[in-house]
Design a protein around this ligand. Structure first.
Ligand code: JHZ
Ligand code: ZN
Length: 410
C-alpha cells in the first residue's frame, strides 16, 4: 500500500482530504471458509479533492494485481438490467458507426464478454482486454477473443505495431480502476482510428454525493469522475469530450462520455460543465458535509437493524457486491445482526464476506428460510431484485434499502 501525494490526473500536490473511512478489507476479497481469519488484511480508505483539476480520488493505493488478478469474482453477466443496457449500447454503436466485418471494436475490462458478444453476433471483429483470470476465461469460452492483460499505453503501442486500430473503444467501469490514469487515456488515444469513438462509462460523482452512495468508495475505485475532471484529463491527451449521456438507474447514476480526436463538442457537454461549476463540484465545498452524512447513514442503519433484531426479526442481506462489503463493514453489521448474504454468482457462493464474514448463499435460500428482513446491499438493482423476489415479499418479507437513507420497503 502506498500513500498518494500527487493528483492521479494533473499531478497537483495540493490534494484536499474530505473523508476518512478508517480501514477496510478489499471489497472483492471474499474469504474461503477454512481460512485463518486473523490473517485478513485491512487497508486505510480516505478520499481527497484536487483543486487544480477537480478529480476526486483515494488517498491510498493498493496494487491493481492484488485486487483484479488475485481476488476478483465480479462477473458482469449476473444483472439482466446491465445486460440490457449493454446490448442497447452495442446495437446503437452498430447503427451509428456503420460497423462491419472490416471494423474493430476494443473493450477494455471486457469482463466475461457481456457486451462484446453483441458485436460478435453481428459479425464485427472485437478484442477484449481484461486481466482477471475467471471473467476473461468465461469470455473466451463465450467466443469473445480476450487478452488477459491490463490496458495502458504499452499494450496500445503493441497493438498498433501489429497493425490494429480501433474504430470504437469502450471502457465501462474501468477508468476509475486504473492506477496509471494518464497511461490508460494515452493508450486509448494511441489505439483509436482517426475518426474513431471512445465511450467511457462510470458512476457520476455528483450522484455519489447527492445520494450518499459512500459504499461505492473502495480501494478498486481510485477515482470518482465529474465532467470537469474528464474534460481536463481528455484535453491533456489531445482528446475532445464531445458528448455526455446520463443513465440515472445504472449503478446509482452513470455517465457515458464520448471522446474523439476532433472537436465535435455538443451543447450537452457545455451544459454539464456549467452546471458542475454552479453546483460547486469544482471546489471542495460540494464535498464539505459528505463525511457527516455518511456517518449518519451508518448510525441510522445500524440502529434500525438492531431494533428489528431486538424485536425478534431475522435479517439477511442481498448482494455480495463490492459495495455490500463496504456497507457491512462501515455500519458494523456483523453476523450477530445480519446472518447471511445471498447472491446468484456461483463464484461468490460458499465464501464469506470480507471483514464481517457472513456466508454467501444462493438467492433461493430466501424462500426456503423466509427471513423477516433482507438488507439490499445491491441497492443499484433495486427494481430488478424486488421484482425477482415478489414471492418473498408476498409472503411478508421486507427489504431494507440503505441509501440515500435507510428505508423499509414495501
Ligand atoms: P454490483 C461493480 O461493483 C463492480 P459491485 C465494479 N467494481 C464497479 O466498478 C461497479 O460495479 C460499478 C448480484 N446480483 O454489480 C451480482 C444477484 O445476486 O452492484 C453481484 O454479485 N442477483 C467493477 O460489486 C451483486 O449482486 C441479481 O438479481 O458493487 C451486485 O453487484 C442481481 C441484479 C445482482 O457491483
Ligand atoms: Zn488534479
Amino acid at each position: 500500500m502506498t500513500a498518494v501525494t500527487a493528483c492521479r490526473s494533473c499531478g497537483g500536490t495540493d490534494l484536499q482530504r474530505f473523508l476518512d473511512l478508517g480501514t477496510t478489507p478489499l471489497p472483492d476479497a471474499l474469504v474461503d471458509p477454512g481460512a485463518d481469519l486473523s490473517q485478513e488484511e485491512r487497508f486505510p480508505l480516505g478520499v481527497a479533492f484536487c483543486p487544480s483539476c477537480s478529480l476526486v480520488q483515494l488517498t491510498e493505493e493498493v496494487s491493481a494485481e492484488k485486487m483484479f488478478v488475485d481476488n476478483y469474482h465480479y462477473y458482469s453477466s449476473f444483472s439482466d438490467h446491465l445486460l440490457k443496457h449493454s446490448r442497447e449500447h452495442a446495437l446503437g454503436l452498430l447503427r451509428s458507426r456503420g460497423l462491419g466485418p472490416d471494423s474493430l471494436v476494443v473493450e477494455v475490462a471486457s469482463n466475461d464478454g457481456y457486451l462484446l458478444r453483441n458485436f460478435v453476433e453481428a459479425g464485427v471483429p472485437v478484442l477484449g482486454v481484461d486481466p482477471s483470470p475467471g471473467p476473461a476465461a468465461a469470455a473466451v469460452e463465450a467466443g469473445v477473443p480476450t487478452l488477459r492483460e491490463f490496458f495502458g499505453i504499452d499494450l496500445a503501442r503493441r497493438l498498433v505495431t501489429e497493425g490494429k486500430r480501433a474504430d470504437v473503444i469502450i471502457a465501462n467501469n474501468v477508468m476509475a480502476h486504473v492506477p496509471d490514469l494518464n497511461g490508460f487515456v494515452a493508450g486509448m488515444k494511441h489505439l483509436l482510428a482517426d475518426d474513431g469513438l471512445i465511450t467511457v462509462e462510470n458512476p457520476y460523482v455528483r450522484d455519489l454525493v447527492d445520494h450518499c452512495e459512500f459504499d461505492t468508495i473502495y480501494h478498486e475505485h481510485f477515482c470518482y469522475f465529474s465532467c470537469t475532471a474528464v474534460d481536463a484529463l481528455a484535453r491533456r491527451h489531445g482528446l475532445w469530450l464531445n458528448d455526455v449521456e446520463y443513465f440515472p438507474d445504472l449503478h446509482g447514476g452513470t455517465l457515458r462520455w464520448h471522446l474523439g480526436h476532433h472537436d465535435r463538442r455538443t451543447d450537452t457537454v457545455r451544459a454539464y460543465l456549467r452546471e458542475e461549476a454552479e453546483r460547486g463540484l469544482t471546489e471542495l465545498s460540494a464535498y464539505a458535509d459528505f463525511a457527516d452524512r455518511v456517518r449518519r447513514v451508518c448510525t441510522d442503519l445500524a440502529t434500525l437493524i438492531r431494533e428489528r433484531r431486538a424485536a425478534g426479526r431475522t435479517v439477511a442481506a442481498y448482494g455480495a457486491a463490492a459495495k455490500g462489503a463496504m456497507l457491512l463493514n462501515h455500519a458494523g453489521l456483523g453476523t450477530d445482526l445480519v446472518e447471511y448474504v445471498v447472491d446468484r454468482n456461483p463464484h461468490k457462493q460458499g465464501k464469506l464476506m470480507p471483514g464481517t464474514h457472513q456466508p454467501v448463499r444462493p438467492p433461493e435460500v430466501l424462500l426456503e428460510e423466509q427471513p423477516d428482513d433482507v438488507l439490499l446491499l445491491a441497492w443499484n438493482f433495486r427494481d430488478e431484485i424486488l421484482a425477482q423476489q415478489a414471492e418473498y415479499i408476498a409472503r411478508g418479507g421486507r427489504f431494507i434499502v440503505p441509501v440515500p437513507s435507510p428505508e423499509v420497503v414495501p
